[in-house]
Ligand binder design. Sequence first.
Ligand code: NAP
Ligand code: SF4
Length: 673
Amino acid sequence: MSQQYPHLLSELDLGFTKLKNRVIMGSMHLGLEEDKDFSKLATFYKERAEGGVGLIVTGGIAPDIFGWTKPFSAKLTNQREVQKHRQVTSAVHDAGGKIAMQILHTGRYGFHPLILGPSKIQSPITPFKPHAMSEFFIKMTINHYARCAKLAKNAGYDGVEIMGSEGYLINQFIAKKTNQRTDGWGGSFENRIKFALDIVRKVKASVGNEFIIIFRLSMLDLVEDGSTIDEVLQLACELENAGVTIISTGIGWHEARVPTIATSIPRAAFAQITEKLRGAVNLPIVAVNRINTPEVAEDILAKNQADLVAMARPMLADSHLVQKAMDGKADEINTCIACNQACLDHLFKGQKASCLVNPRAVQEMELNYLPTQLVKNIAVIGGGVAGISCATILASRGHKVTIYEAKDKLGGQFNLAKNIPGKEEFKETLRYFNKQIELHNVLVKLNANIDADYLQKANYDEVVIATGVLPRVPNIDGISHRKVLHYPDVLSGKVAVGEKVAIIGAGGIGFDMGEFLLYDSEEMLKIDNYYQEWGIDASIKHAGGLLPNQVHEAPIREIYLLQRKEGKLGAGLGKTTGWIHRASLKNKNVKMLAGVTYRKIDDDGLHITIADKEYTLDVDNVVLCAGQESVNQLYKDLDGKIDNLHLIGGAHIAKELDAKFAIREGAELAAKL
Ligand code: NAP
Ligand code: SF4
């Protein structure tokens, strides 16, 4: 076993049971919880248990229908449902793991008309107004938590996690913002935490002493009228007295306008917040959010900021993260880049979760990379992420694979993405892919301009074309003017950019360009700067941990971001991250203009028309971020001339091309050949 992570890999003795290491797979809804049978869910968790994680916490399961996330979402209220859950617990136990079930009552965050809350105050992120809970409903709900925990125990779980953070029902009782009751469940802090404490006591009474009870405690609400540090610590002490086994921490309500898990948030940004529980309680405490590598986790534990770390998305990206750390193979970990594109963004669209860097996540029964029965000689043309994903999986299955790349390095668009402030994590995917190439002996030919003639003569068994995309150059008068810059040249640092800039195109890359021109990568990685940028009070003396006055540094450039469409800029960006990009640029006074017609570019700048009015933007540079076009000439040249020809990634579909699609298409083809 590796000696590299002594704290992370050490056992935790809870008295009545032991966890084999300090890694919890944090709760995350997968979209499998509503399936008729739990075979997919069981397979998903079984792989994570085999991958060595100390304790798994399931996605949230409602204690009754009022706590549903949406109509007919997962609940545990009767014996029939217990049978389904047994499939999950046995699979995890057979693999040597431990698993706790999260009990989640969404309160006013539910997407259905039955939602409840301490008071009749609608949340800004749901279309329904909650019914204010009567005393009868409060007591019934507490009993439902206890019933749910008992059923979870019957189903074979090793414990439960009571979700008390992120702005869900329990948190709604705790905070003044959402609890304006005047009876014994509202008013003073003691009254507002009574609901949480009564739930813990009832749960404890129903499951006994030899069952893990984790309470997810909101350390930093990041909403107005949230808790202060004194209140958080008082609640933590009371939770300990009420019988909790472990306190896990929660950062930020879902409605908070402060990003807490996006890729631009520095790693381990909240470990110092969790650390505030030290001394206040004698329970194991769990650090959360933006912990994505064993190094980061080890550092938190070595500094004694927490006893355990929770990682949810990193376990989607790599089921064997812990095992690889144990084997001294951390460089083989497929690291979560915190993009949210295939996990949370999918869930918000009602789809099943998956993972951008690991398309097998949540597809464990459908997408398998099995050893090949017939070894083939395969050429992959193009070393962007689609090509690498395909080539490395093909080679891992036993095929002989050669990648031909026209440039002098592999990685394609990821080589640009990693240069954007807040997207440094993309380097990890390149590191992972390069390691896979090495491990599976993929032959790499760089600076290789391959043509159809060569491939026809080479006689490969299969040829995969992954030649990617080229930036679109719009047809605007003056497009060749010296002021005009192309985004790859800017992002790769080949050209200097002036102080006044117009960006043509407000898709993902247009927004990225704005951040590239306004922020500094190194500065953005500093936790204190992140706190300042988003107005976080690390002392939590102010309610909810929000500073009363948010101060932004003056922008280093004056920027216009433009699109031809009417409507909000960035509307097509990810649901969970688009608002962050918009806020980051607004904080730097970027002028966002929609409904633009581009007339011409000349020495005076960019001439545009909006609503029949003409304007000249006096800018030093115009940066083109106007989307992509497929590079597929090689495919066209070969089509019909050789058998077993395949087209993937941006070369296949450039419109709305993103890395998620490219990596998945490469993987799906590689699983089949
Ligand atoms: P994109 O999202 O398709 O955006 C292209 C932009 O260019 C649009 O704003 C479009 O708006 C404009 N445009 C298109 N044709 C034009 C023309 N002929 N003249 C002038 N403007 C034109 O493409 P992208 O920004 O290159 O991004 C590529 C892919 O990577 C996308 O799928 C994107 O979502 C993904 N990506 C995502 C992120 C993220 O943060 N999630 C970051 C980077 C990239 P109008 O047509 O209205 O002018
Ligand atoms: Fe992490 Fe992105 Fe995968 Fe989600 S989709 S698990 S954020 S890498």
